[in-house]
Design a protein around this ligand. Structure first.
Ligand SMILES: Cc1cc2nc3c(=O)[nH]c(=O)nc-3n(C[C@H](O)[C@H](O)[C@H](O)COP(=O)(O)OP(=O)(O)OC[C@H]3O[C@@H](n4cnc5c(N)ncnc54)[C@H](O)[C@@H]3O)c2cc1C
Length: 331
């Protein structure tokens, strides 16, 4: 068991969020002979923690689960504990910027601490919205943990050829997701709106185009609310509906968007956001100011929290870019 990290008076980097992106930022900082404090709520809050098998991770031809990959990354960071403090489970609550850099107030071991760094890397990721049944989100967890219900087209689209797929959602994002999945040649796609009206918020033109595409591709729309899930033993996504119907699909696909974009800290620091709510950065992952559009000195944003493609290789690449930029140009 590694010992508890000791908080230094000051670091080169403070990294808020240590999922795949934040852990890579900490590792790279150490390799470049810098110090870093990593503040993380814990691996189970990473988006990938419930990904049972990921097939696009270099070096793992048979795939690897999200939590095993996080374990590897935590181990790699812990090997540099002289330079990198990994504070978890810890929650960053507040950040202040001054001429000296950034001061991050965080809760750790039931006490309030402040980590000071010349540069700050935001790597808090985003949180998926989970379908509620009877006001609870837990009912779908077993199906998600077993990889029977997926959340990410880029991650799991390749598992869909010849499958019957039920997409959960009611808005334009869900409708586009249902159509995007056709690229992977499923046998059929249905959209379960879970009691919500279909495309109620979409502009008339978009609504008409989407409905036409649905008709063209035989996408069934089920408007009844879901009341329960079944058939996990058969590795299927069985659904019961409020109107008494039952349906059985090979796969489910949640397309409900984001529950939390973790925007409070970047908003307080004056970051610019894109229309989807992601932090806008330049190519070196420097966060841009909402006011001037210029990079905010010493502030970086990496991984899913910035405007990008929400994939682990990209989380790693953006972390590398940010830390190398800070090493070469800022620190
Ligand atoms: C079901 C599923 C399957 C997936 N499959 C794949 C796949 O096959 N391949 C692939 O490339 N990608 C996959 N992804 C996407 C991948 O999980 C994300 O792209 C990746 O996790 C992004 O890394 P990140 O570090 O930006 O965010 P995360 O890994 O989500 O980490 C963010 C971290 O920030 C921490 N945090 C947030 N707020 C605070 C705070 N205030 N204080 C302290 N810590 C905080 C959280 O604890 C968390 O650990 C999948 C996602 C899901 C949901």
């Amino acid at each position: 068991m590694p010992g508890l990290p000791r908080l230094k008076d000051a670091y080169d980097f403070v990294v808020v969020g240590a999922g795949h992106a934040g852990l890579q930022a900490g590792l790279k900082a150490a390799l470049l002979q810098h110090t870093a404090a990593l503040i993380d709520r814990g691996p189970k809050y990473s988006r990938s923690y419930y990904a049972p098998r990921m097939d696009n991770i270099p070096g793992f031809p048979g795939g690897i689960s999200g939590h095993r990959l996080l374990d590897h990354q935590v181990q790699a960071v812990r090997a540099h504990e002289d330079r990198v403090g990994y504070f978890a489970p810890a929650r960053a609550a507040h950040v202040e910027r001054s001429d000296a850099g950034y001061a991050v107030t965080f809760e750790w071991l039931k006490q309030t601490h402040v980590a000071r760094g010349r540069a700050l890397v935001l790597a808090m990721g985003v949180v998926d919205r989970i379908p509620e049944v009877g006001g609870r989100i837990e009912p779908i967890f077993p199906w998600a943990n077993a990889g029977i219900v997926d959340f990410c087209v880029f991650c799991d689209g390749h598992t869909l050829p010849d499958k019957t797929v039920a997409v959960i959602g009611h808005d334009a994002f869900a409708a586009h997701t249902a159509l995007d999945l056709l690229h992977f040649r499923p046998r059929s796609v249905a959209l379960l709106t879970h009691g919500r009206p279909l495309l109620a918020d979409a502009a008339e033109e978009e609504r008409t185009a989407l409905l036409r595409a649905f008709a063209e591709h035989d996408i069934e729309v089920v408007l009844a609310a879901m009341t329960g899930f079944e058939e996990i033993r058969e590795k299927r996504f069985g659904v019961t509906f409020a109107d008494g119907r039952r349906a059985s699909y090979d796969k489910g696909f949640a397309a409900l968007g984001w529950y939390d974009m973790h925007d409070a800290i970047p908003r307080a620091l004056g970051c610019r956001f894109d229309p989807d709510g992601y932090v806008v950065t330049d190519e070196d992952c420097r966060a841009l100011s909402a006011g001037t559009g210029e990079p905010i000195p010493g502030l970086y944003c990496v991984g899913d929290q910035r405007n990008g493609w929400n994939q682990i290789p990209e989380a790693w690449a953006t972390a590398e870019r940010a830390v190398i930029h800070a090493y070469a140009q800022f620190l």
